[in-house]
Design a protein around this ligand. Structure first.
Ligand code: FE2
Length: 423
């Protein structure tokens, strides 16, 4: 999956700092494969996931296509067929290999992909080092976009690996992790906001995807929003109350999905001798009641909220509350790769993406970027729901208060949870 968005704003970095950041991010992508066996990097476990090898190649294709080809005079592609194999969905730049079949690409080899990355990195270094290039501003902007695109794929690589390893009866661990003490989540504090006209959306001088803009006003009725996400312990109460078997709690599409897919718990949960366990990137772990519930669909989030007598917040409500909070939290940088138990602090960032009640749609005045990069975001603004806050596999430098993630309501393989709101 790839979802580049157009950079219509970006921090004015020096070419040296941008190059340093870029190469650090590029190296991180490769290092994510260090714990993997070569076979792990090839297989695709679901149509919506991609092999690790494909992620490494596709992010490289992005730089080659949108930076090297337009801005390096006489640039010759590393391989003529790679554009077909590693273009994700950019109709404007040519045809592409079917997404669902990416796991069939045993060739090119992993070593060839690393050669591809090395070739493109060398060319990028030279391009960014050319301060007199007549398009230096555009190059810096697209390089920044490519960096954030690569960070998106780092998260996808980890979530796709988790899905892949979960399908193996050996339940292999990606990375070992210590255990947390069992306990309960902190009490929920209800944060209250009065009715009024509020501004949301991005308006700073740093990088933001085009779907976060323009900043705009909304009238909001009075609301309350929970200080932390819903915990595993609370979600277990929903299970124990027969929540998955009560059609009146579910949206029609959700109930149909529950029945067709035989859902009875979040993804990766399984019951052994009366105890609930879950698959994690550190292998099978007993459910910790204090952690945020994770890997639930929009349908499950909505049903839980209805069962609890609450609702999901709109993305505007979420952003109003989150804009008053520090962007601290448990991110990829913390190397835990799993949600942390809910503490007493109000927490909006990290751990789990939070479903909102808002459909993914353009803000008033939204304009997609011209050209092929306009395909990054705008064409996906249909039938998906917005999620906010980032997760334990999101890079800290990648998230913003205005950041809008989006997924189809039935999808569960990302680190997705929920927080409650009410009027
Ligand atoms: Fe992508």
């Amino acid at each position: 999956m790839s979802r580049p968005a157009a950079a219509t704003a970006f921090r004015k970095e020096t070419p040296e700092s941008l190059l340093e950041n870029l190469m650090r991010v590029r190296a991180t992508s490769v290092s994510l494969c260090d714990p993997l066996e070569p076979e792990d990097c090839v297989v695709q476990s679901a149509p919506e996931t991609s092999p690790a090898k494909w992620h490494l190649a596709h992010t490289t294709w992005f730089f080659e296509t949108f930076l090297l080809q337009p801005f390096v005079e006489g640039y010759k592609s590393f391989h003529d067929e790679f554009a077909f194999l590693f273009n994700s969905y950019y109709e404007s730049v040519g045809s592409f290999y079917p997404r669902k079949d990416r796991g069939l690409l045993t060739r090119p080899s992993f070593a060839s992909i690393l050669d591809y990355r090395c070739h493109v990195d060398t060319q990028l270094t030279a391009l960014l080092g050319d301060a007199s290039h007549p398009h230096a501003g555009d190059i810096a902007a697209r390089c920044t976009l490519g960096l954030h695109h690569e960070q998106q794929h780092q998260e996808l690589l980890l979530t796709d690996i988790k899905h892949l390893l979960s399908r193996n009866p050996l339940r292999p661990a990606y990375r070992e992790r210590g255990t947390d003490p069992a306990g309960s989540a902190s009490d929920v504090e209800w944060l209250e906001y009065p009715a009024g006209v509020y501004e949301t959306g991005y308006s700073g001088q740093g990088f933001a995807f085009d779907n976060e803009m323009p900043r705009h006003r909304s009238y909001v009725e009075p609301f309350r929003i929970a200080s932390r996400p819903v915990s595993n312990g609370e979600f277990l109460d929903f299970l124990d109350d027969g929540g998955y078997g009560k059609p009146t709690l579910w949206l029609s599409d959700g109930w149909q999905t529950v029945r067709e897919r035989d859902w009875s718990a979040p993804l990766y949960w399984e019951q052994r001798d009366g105890t609930w366990w879950q698959f994690t990137l550190s292998g099978m772990r007993e459910i910790n009641a204090a952690e945020p519930v994770c890997h639930v669909s929009y349908y499950e989030a909505d049903a839980f909220a209805r069962w609890a007598g609450k609702r999901l917040p709109t993305e505007t409500e979420w952003e109003i509350a989150a804009s008053e909070r520090q962007q601290d939290g448990n991110f990829f940088d913390d190397s835990r790769l799993h949600p942390k138990p809910c503490s007493g602090e109000a927490s909006f960032f990290g751990d789990v993406w939070q479903w909102t009640a808002s459909a993914y749609s353009p803000y008033p005045g939204y304009r997609a970027t011209a050209g092929a990069l306009g395909e990054y975001n705008g064409k996906f603004m249909i039938n998906q729901q917005v999620l906010r806050g980032g997760s334990c596999v999101t890079s800290r430098s990648h998230i913003r208060t205005s950041y809008r993630n989006f997924f189809y309501p039935h999808e569960r393989w990302q680190f997705k949870g929920l927080r409650l709101a009410d009027a």
